[in-house]
Design a protein around this ligand. Structure first.
Ligand SMILES: [Mg+2]
Length: 266
């Protein structure tokens, strides 16, 4: 695994070129923080600043956990796992089949509403969710160097596979009490709307199997072969999350590049 500070570093690796690149999106190609911050502000506008602050806290902690390698010891792991477990009771879909959808903003909104005694209705959760994702879509932009990266891929005829995590967008039912229902296709469609500006030959979204599930990566490998890669070493994986984006392809013999912007090292 090599460490890089921006995706354009891949252009300058001496004499090497991949057949295919598989790249993460959020925090790798897209400055998701700018979108998320706008999303949190939008939540504050439809609720209040205390509510928005709690939703943001949940997000930041899950992102921190996601950046850890799966086998890296972390002193906050137990707290992280407790938080994820606390989201489970809100999720009414088949957890056995689909797992806990920890990135579901709706589950953070429900959890916060419970903690802060907000009246929980389908309309409330949907309104807050839409306010958040609308603001994200408007404000999450490509990092400044990414257009140069796209130009290089095009010039060198290197196909791009986008491999992005699920946003786990859910439906909300009020009967018998407010719970969330995850339906993979609807969640996939919702996220796809946000990826239109990325010139990818193939898109993989973590619905229903999300990174770092082996089934997710097996799908990406199949796409890489279909796009001309004849061996794992011809495929470069890049992402900001070691555990989410890179540990599995690294284990499977692919070349991996861990994008660590200096400001991400918290
Ligand atoms: Mg990422």
């Amino acid at each position: 695994m090599q460490i890089i500070e921006k995706v354009t570093d891949l252009i300058h690796l001496s004499g090497k070129k991949p057949r295919v690149i598989a790249s993460d999106v959020d925090h790798t190609l897209v400055d998701f923080d700018a979108g998320h911050d706008a999303g949190i502000q939008a939540i504050a506008d439809v609720t209040d600043s205390k509510f928005a602050k709690r939703v943001d806290e949940i997000f930041q902690f899950l992102v921190l956990g996601n950046r850890k390698s799966v086998d890296e010891p972390w002193d906050q792991q137990e707290l992280h796992d407790q938080l994820v477990a606390s989201l489970q009771p809100h999720q009414a879909h088949d957890i056995e089949k689909y797992g806990i959808r920890k990135w579901s903003r709706e589950s953070w909104i429900l959890q916060t509403a419970l903690e802060q005694n907000y009246p929980i209705t389908q309309k409330f959760v949907t309104t807050v969710r839409e306010a958040y994702w609308d603001a994200v879509a408007k404000h999450a932009e490509l990092y400044p160097e990414v257009p140069e990266f796209f130009e290089w891929l095009q010039r060198e005829k290197i196909p791009l596979i986008v491999m992005t995590g699920s946003d786990s967008v859910t439906d909300i039912t009020e009967d018998p009490s407010p719970r969330l229902i995850y339906e993979p296709k609807a969640s996939w469609d919702y996220k796809m709307k946000r990826l239109g500006h990325i010139p990818a030959q193939k898109v993989h979204i973590g619905d229903p199997f999300d990174k770092p599930h082996q089934a997710f990566f097996d799908g990406v490998y199949a796409s890489a072969r279909a796009l001309g890669a004849q061996s794992p070493k011809e495929v470069w994986f890049v992402g900001d999350s070691k555990g989410g984006d890179l540990d599995v392809p690294e284990k499977d013999g692919y070349l991996t590049f861990w994008l660590r912007r200096p400001k991400d090292d918290k």
